[in-house]
Ligand binder design. Sequence first.
Ligand code: DX5
Ligand code: ZN
Length: 230
Amino acid sequence: MTFDRSIKIAPSILSADFANFGAECEAIEAQGADWVHVDVMDGHFVPNITFGPATCAAIRPHIKGVMDVHLMIAPVDPYIEAFAQAGADVITAHVEATPHIHRTMQAIRANGAKAGIALNPATPASSIEYLLDMVDLVCVMTVNPGFGGQKFIHSQVDKVRQLRAMIGDRPIHIEIDGGVDPTTAPLVANAGADVLVAGSAVFRGGSVSNPGPYGDNIRNIRTAAVSVET
Ligand code: DX5
Ligand code: ZN
């Protein structure tokens, strides 16, 4: 994985056909997705359950690019090795999921993956001030984690701007997760985000047998974001 700040669209397979993940990953990549975002939920840290490392390992051969695994689970440390072995390029854990998030970031890198740190909407940017030298990605949740299709929380745009200033020249991605569409993408791109996760706004209107709308949706988000990129 090489680092750059160009806009990257990362469709979340939370909005894909759960009976057809392999073909869905191939379809979104063929339609222009840069990364594939994989939402892991445990029914404990968040009020929903998705899937675990075995599913990640099964879809890995169907993804050519970056597999971006977002862990919404607590505890998180006992599972890092399994997700790294499943082929995750980026593993993101929540700052709220453990009192020892510094150790979690160390463990992700020690397992050979890029380390991501996610912040819930109520968590301030300052909470990760002392972690910036050990993370490769900061994920700003612009909805409460747990479900796709929720409304973008506008107060988070200011947090993105603060994080962008804190990050300075460090090679750290700022990822936005939740409610991203062609209307909200420019707000966060202008504030300094470079990875835009989108579930419902990418998968709506399309399917594996009719993937054209995936491409239209990805292009519309990218065009809106790139027009105001900082
Ligand atoms: C929310 C997940 C998101 C979600 C985004 O807990 O982390 O990745 O799937 O979905 P949309 O784009 O529909 O808000
Ligand atoms: Zn996510």
